[in-house]
Design a protein around this ligand. Structure first.
Ligand SMILES: NC(=O)c1ccc[n+]([C@@H]2O[C@H](COP(=O)([O-])OP(=O)(O)OC[C@H]3O[C@@H](n4cnc5c(N)ncnc54)[C@H](O)[C@@H]3O)[C@@H](O)[C@H]2O)c1
Length: 347
């Protein structure tokens, strides 16, 4: 957790020399200080920062990896877990099932300071229908809507600095868009895109100025990925568009940044449920395809997304907002990918 801080004026001076540019530097330094903007620094030290990561239910997904990276940088990590998986998640944590996956680079073990039941398709208590209230998977749980969880987190920690949306759900994800019902399409959008809008709405007021919000998206938002159906591609397109609008609105209102990572394929629990396939599941095909065709042939790990996430959630990226950042070994950059087609371009 080394912290290297460089003063803005000394850095600017090393780039410029003239009297005019030095006046410019001076005015910029003064205005940056006057605005209370942090001085330029390479600072991945998140000690004293509080994070809430929505969508952590086991150790296989991107949310867990982001928690680990934040914990490694010193942040206090809390999570929001979907009620149907809450019991098994807590049991697995208690039994030590995730211990190995929780080891941080310095050998210590990540501690999750708070686990809040969260169902991100509900904003207020009045939104929860009777069948959900009476569902045994929600038995004994209260206060799992987004506004209630924000209130609980505020009661426990006061203001927070970091908010992560690492969740998605599309009940008809295995169906092509052409066969998706209105209900399935809107459910995907509600759970996977509006949930982000609602999280920023409800947590924005309890975030410190200078805080950062991050979500996870997928390239099916902008290019055709057969098999990623049920309106999930549409929901990811919404999520990316909303990232830009929320960056503007929440930036103006709360001084927080909003970004999204377009992540390459990972065999998480959610991704494994997309489709089983005859020989290989959707996610296995996607992983192999990227491995064979991306500019970088290294395996993509959840920690790749974790560390880029920590960067976007730290003051190191203080001027980055409204961005969709690819963490996919460069796969997004490829136009012609079939080995057969590429082979024809070479003698
Ligand atoms: N795995 C991939 O290949 C991949 C690629 C790009 C983007 N992503 C995105 O990364 C994010 C995390 O997914 P993951 O693949 O790491 O899987 P994951 O299973 O770790 O995470 C998804 C989480 O969403 C939770 N969830 C579902 N419905 C919910 C609801 N209504 N309220 C609260 N939580 C709910 C699940 O319980 C689960 O914990 C998602 O947004 C996903 O679309 C994943």
């Amino acid at each position: 957790m080394a912290t290297i801080c460089l003063s803005l004026s000394s850095v600017a001076a090393s780039f410029t020399g003239s009297a005019m540019s030095s006046r410019l530097q001076h005015s910029r330094v003064v205005s940056a200080r006057a605005a209370g903007v942090a001085q330029m620094g390479l600072d991945l030290n998140l000690k004293g920062k509080v994070a809430f990561v929505a969508g952590v239910g086991d150790s296989s997904g991107y949310g867990w990896a982001i928690c680990k990276a934040l914990a490694a940088a010193g942040a206090t990590v809390t999570v929001g877990t979907w009620p149907p998986v809450l019991g098994i998640f807590k049991k697995s944590l208690e039994s030590g099932k995730f211990d190995e996956d929780a080891i941080l680079p310095d050998g210590s073990v990540m501690k999750i300071e708070g686990i809040y039941p969260l169902d991100a398709v509900f904003d207020e208590p009045g939104d929860v229908p009777e069948d959900v209230k009476n569902n045994k998977r929600y038995a004994g749980l209260e206060g799992f809507t987004i506004s209630e969880v924000a209130a609980k987190v505020a009661a426990d920690y006061g203001k927070i600095d970091i908010l992560v949306h690492s969740l998605a759900n599309g009940p008809e994800v295995t169906r092509p868009l052409l066969e998706t019902s209105r209900r399935g399409y809107l459910a995907a959008s509600s759970a996977s895109a509006y949930s982000m809008v609602s999280l920023v709405q409800k947590f924005g007021p309890i975030m410190n100025y200078g805080g950062s919000v991050l979500s996870l998206t997928y390239i099916a938002s902008e290019m055709v990925i057969p098999g990623y159906g049920g309106g999930m591609s549409s929901a990811k397109a919404q999520l990316e568009s909303d990232t830009r609008t929320l960056a503007w609105e929440a930036g103006q209102k709360y001084g927080v940044r909003v970004n999204t990572i377009s992540a390459g394929p990972l065999k998480s629990r959610a991704a494994s449920a997309i489709s089983k396939g005859k020989d290989k599941s959707f996610i296995e095909v996607a992983i192999d395809y990227c491995h064979d065709n991306a500019p970088l042939t290294r395996d993509l790990t959840s920690d790749d997304v974790g560390s880029t996430g920590a960067f976007l959630l730290s003051p190191m990226s203080a001027a980055v907002t409204g961005v969709t950042l690819y963490v996919d070994n460069g796969m997004h950059a490829m136009g012609m990918v079939q080995n057969k087609a590429i082979a024809q371009c070479y003698d």
